[in-house]
Design a protein around this ligand. Sequence first.
Ligand SMILES: [Zn+2]
Length: 416
Amino acid sequence: MTSSTFFWIFVALYFTHQVAETALTFLNMAHTRKHQGKIPAYFKDKMDGERYQKSIRYTLERSWFGVVIRWLKVPFLWAVILWGGFSALDGFLSSYLDSSTLIFSVAYCLAIGFILLLTGIPVSLYSNFVIEKKFGFNKMTAKLFFLDQLKMLALGAAFGLPILFLIFWLYEVSGPLWWLWAFLSVFGFELFVAAVYPTFLAPLFNKFTPLPNGELKNRILELAQKIRFKLSGIFTIDGSKRSSHSNAYFAGIGRFRRIVLFDTLQSQLSESEIVAVLGHEMGHNKKRHIQKHLILSFVIEGIGFWILSLAIEWEPLYGAFRAGSLAPYKALVLFSLFGGHFTFFLTPLSNYLSRKHEYEADRFSVEVVGDKASMASSLVKLSKENLSNLTPHPLYSFYYYSHPTTLERVQAIENT
Ligand SMILES: [Zn+2]
């Protein structure tokens, strides 16, 4: 294939991706607006009309913002590609660093990462301090926002830099199977981060308080014992300092495993509802969803590294993106930036799997906790509090939703 053929294939895929997802969003907006007049029957006695209208306005406003940002990026990106930005960065850096060194490779990736970070900040600011604020969700101060950014930057550097060095070093020293060693090290590293995240990283952002002794704690421990779910602690965190969105999760691997309740969840749900939600979370573990997810990531990342190893040696890649001479760091950057445009049509597949797991976890909770009513009412309350869209277009939710809609879930629970 020539560079120019590959270029036009990319152009076609890129714009198909953008137009398809924009069309889905508009379809969803129209569908949501059409239901504005009447609240779905199931929610009639569970949610007031005002709240329902607010959830529609929230959906529409966020959708609009998403579309605007998506298309604002288009001219910027194409200006960089057509102007030869990727090889210009090469030239710029080589006046400071020796281009044959590992440091040069890492610096190139860092420069790109830094540009992405900077351009992401205004988007994130608008989303938090305009939209989320308008709908009463944002509780963050500007100071906390920038402190978060700095912490994430520091963590990104602490974890990202050694990994980048390792990848480029393996490429130089370990022969044709370098990609396999690189993939295995990166994957091992990801497992390590996932294991220590709840104990060592999450507390950098939130205050973890052990759940005090009492009725709720007893009920959770009783449930855990009943299904032989091992855990190293139950904590509440001060999620309310950032947002009034609510959540619960359990994270960590092995003996680092913790149950984490947002304080916002605790104030929104009754004890029985919290137990039902945690039954759902434990269900993800008992049904081996985490393991299945890990195996899937293992396969996908392995294939990704293998394709990267081929792409590095493939001239048309550099020609199409006007990136100059062959270099592993440029291939890695192009691969990370543009790979998604070649795989976007797989999005519904992974979401389908995720939705299947959600149904299984709901069913598990109903079976072990034995409280259909609380499981269903917790979902209704959460969608009410979080202003979830109650009437997404079926095509939109099929493509984008990692969770079934609230209505789909409560219907499945009632049929359990
Ligand atoms: Zn779930």
